[in-house]
Design a binder for this molecule. Structure first.
Ligand SMILES: *Cc1c(COP(=O)(O)O)cnc(C)c1O
Length: 424
């Protein structure tokens, strides 16, 4: 099926007389006739549900739609995008292991890896996404277990050369995880370029209305864990906490990753999305393909207007020919990138503050990628834990304004931006 059709109808096919909309299974638990029936579920010998901390039917229907959209083999929802990235990484890494990550990733993920996971004994090396193959190669260590990047980084808007990163990861016998939040599978499917695991903050375009927090993890089903069994004991040796199951043997390349993350990590950490949130996420997904076109058109119109304005020092938008990421965008994002544009005002940090205060349609919010246009100065909010040097390395200098173009008329958005720029 075409991606547009999957957005509308994927993940759930009602039978005769069943609800047209996906049912909200608002239940923590599920009833069984015998202890033996339930035992088979606990042994992962039968499919079914026993407790919504691990799995819930509504969540699984929505995960299945996202899985179909990405072209993966298995998927799960999580309570947030942060949870998705943490569980995707922690499913592969333990104390003593090492991660190679793009330096321009989302501030929350940067903190997760560089501060919180470090406390767990997991270290990381960050690389410039435009680094050479040799520089990328030099970042690996014998204990490297995974490579991580974002298709379009939030808010730096760098575009990941997915093939280059996948090639380096595979040469070192480890998988590539790509956070595909900004383009969504409507505009890019990282599995087609060699990525092994895809993550999402579904809080952004997938929900698209600023209504529900959520995340998703999708497995492309191609990484051969058993061929690198020495690196991934969690997948390739018996899990004593699960009656000695070896995930990679029992569930194969297609299912091992998500089964382990569900059976082990959700059991122990419990960050499943609520069925009500999953239902609302699905409402967003039904129009994702239509909304992405407008977000991209508005992003492009605003980027072009800003680029031509004398008070604007520079504009980051990979759709612009002036962007150093334009060639990568043509390759990986031929139908458009996203509605998020970032730019620096010639007047620096102070001009950014005046500009944002004067906007009438665009609200100041710690959010991106919903129906209403919003903007943010990362240096004074999401990235405020970073010093100027780190800000520059992360691609978010102090004067940078991130604007997430919503679904309004582009003429109204540009008129609002123009009047705010006039006030500087
Ligand atoms: C927002 C975001 C996250 C975190 O997602 P939450 O749903 O806010 O937890 C992770 N990665 C990217 C690229 C994001 O934009």
């Amino acid at each position: 099926m075409n991606r547009d059709t999957i957005c509308v109808q994927g993940g759930y096919t009602p039978g005769n007389g069943e609800p047209r909309q996906i049912p909200i299974i608002q239940s923590t638990t599920f009833k069984y006739a015998t202890s033996e029936d339930m035992g088979r579920l606990f042994d992962l010998e039968a499919d079914g549900y026993f407790y919504s901390r691990l799995q819930n039917p509504t969540c699984d229907m929505v995960a299945k739609k996202i899985c179909e959209l990405e072209g993966g083999t298995a998927a799960m929802l999580t309570s947030s995008g942060q949870a998705a990235n943490f569980f995707a990484l922690f499913n592969l890494c333990e104390a003593g292991d090492h991660i190679v990550a793009s330096s321009t990733i989302y501030g929350g993920t940067f903190n997760l890896i560089s501060v919180t996971m470090k406390k767990m004994g997991i270290t990381a090396t960050f690389v410039d996404p435009l680094c050479s193959e040799e520089e990328l190669d030099a970042a690996f260590r014998p204990n490297t277990k995974v490579v991580f990047g974002e298709t379009i980084a939030n808010p730096a808007l760098t575009v990941l050369d997915i093939e280059k990163f996948a090639k380096a990861a595979h040469a070192h016998g480890v998988p590539l995880i790509v956070d595909n939040t900004f383009p969504t599978p409507v505009n890019c499917r990282p599995f087609e370029w060699g990525a092994d695991i895809v993550t999402h903050s579904t809080t952004k375009y997938m929900d698209g209305h600023g209504a529900v927090l959520g995340g998703a993890i999708v497995d492309g089903g191609k990484f051969d864990w058993m061929a690198h069994a020495d690196k991934f004991p969690g997948l390739c040796t018996p899990d004593e906490s699960y009656h000695g199951i070896t995930y990679a043997e029992r569930f194969g390349k297609e299912g091992a990753f998500i089964t382990k993350a569900t059976a082990q990590l959700m059991r122990d950490f419990g960050s499943m999305q609520s069925p009500m949130n999953a239902y609302m996420l699905n409402l967003g997904l039904e129009s994702l393909h239509v909304r992405m076109q407008r977000h991209c058109a508005n992003g492009m119109a605003v980027a072009k207007f800003l680029e031509a304005h004398p008070k604007v020092a520079y504009v980051n938008y990979c759709g612009l020919e002036s962007s150093p990421y334009h060639a990568l965008a043509e390759k990986y994002l031929p139908n458009g990138s996203c509605g998020v544009v970032s730019f620096g005002l010639a007047g620096g940090r102070e001009a950014a503050s005046t500009f944002m205060k004067e906007l009438k349609l665009a609200a100041i919010e710690t959010h991106v990628a919903d129906a209403r246009t919003c903007c943010l100065n990362p240096a004074s909010s999401t990235h405020r834990q970073m010093n100027d040097e780190q800000l520059a390395a992360a691609g978010v200098p102090a004067e940078l304004v991130r604007m997430s173009c919503g679904l309004e008329s582009s003429e109204d958005l540009i008129a609002d931006i123009a009047q705010a720029l006039d006030k500087i």
